[in-house]
Design a protein around this ligand. Structure first.
Ligand code: G3P
Ligand code: MG
Length: 237
């Protein structure tokens, strides 16, 4: 049995409003050792939210990046939850779980790096409990140059022929691939380059078993209660 890391995707988002403190609390209750969350910047402040627009998951409307922080913080993100600040989620998870911060919105690299630098200097967080990823290679590169001590994961819809070309000049820790993009060859090639492979989003046990048998190193799930942690490619918190 190889090492395998389970990430609670947007918290325990299969049963709670995604990317809310309630969802992350529930993920901790299930025993999750790692959580994934998405970040946008509002007035330069990192907030935890997935979509570009507010309609699907909140009482608001429009692009989140165009709102004031005051408006964003006044919205209902489900069951009376607010859209959390990244700082609030870090405070909740500190010492309890590692976190994969996905830079979802533009202009997130600098404010996230500044916040993490502060939290790292306080000794509450350590680099081995953090993994930063993005589909946006420019944003991810900016972050990587600001914080070379933090592991980087490249989110890809399709495995590239040479994963090292994704972030020129920076070293990647992991490839984060969709379920459909993973093949045994992809996994072997990534492993040959010293890269971990994490797969999103996996909610069925048969699917999880199939991926484990391919040798992937971990997966993101909306239902962390279905997949109790086992020893992972990343250290437990
Ligand atoms: O980080 C894995 C996964 O969250 C990427 O896709 O759209 O759920 O953020 P998405
Ligand atoms: Mg995400």
């Amino acid at each position: 049995m190889h090492d395998f890391t389970v990430f609670a995707h947007r918290g325990a988002s299969g049963t709670e409003p995604e990317n809310t403190l309630r969802s992350f609390r529930r993920a901790l209750e299930t025993g999750a050792e790692w959580v994934e969350l998405d970040v946008h910047a509002v007035e330069g402040v990192p907030v935890v939210f997935h979509d570009d627009r507010l309609e699907r998951t909140t009482s608001g409307s429009g692009l989140i990046s165009r709102q004031s922080l005051e408006v964003v913080r006044s919205l209902d993100a489900g069951l009376g939850e607010r859209i959390p600040l990244l700082d609030e989620v870090l405070a909740l998870l500190a010492g309890r779980a590692g976190v994969n911060i996905e830079l979802k919105g533009g202009r997130t690299a600098e404010p996230v790096a500044a916040l993490l630098a502060d939290r790292l200097s306080g000794g509450v967080w350590t680099p081995d409990r953090l993994l930063v990823s993005s589909f946006d290679t420019d944003e991810l590169s900016r972050f990587g140059r600001l914080m070379p001590q933090i592991r980087l994961g490249a989110l890809l819809r399709k495995a590239p022929p040479d994963p090292r070309s994704v972030l020129p000049g920076l070293s990647l820790f992991s490839l984060h691939l969709s379920r459909g993009a993973v093949t045994p060859e992809t996994v072997n090639r990534a492993h040959g380059l010293g890269l971990k492979v994490f797969v999103y989003t996996v909610n069925g046990t048969a699917d999880m078993d199939r991926l484990k048998s391919m040798g992937v190193d971990g997966a993101f799930t909306d239902f962390p209660e279905r997949f109790p942690p086992s020893r992972g490619a990343l250290p437990p918190a």
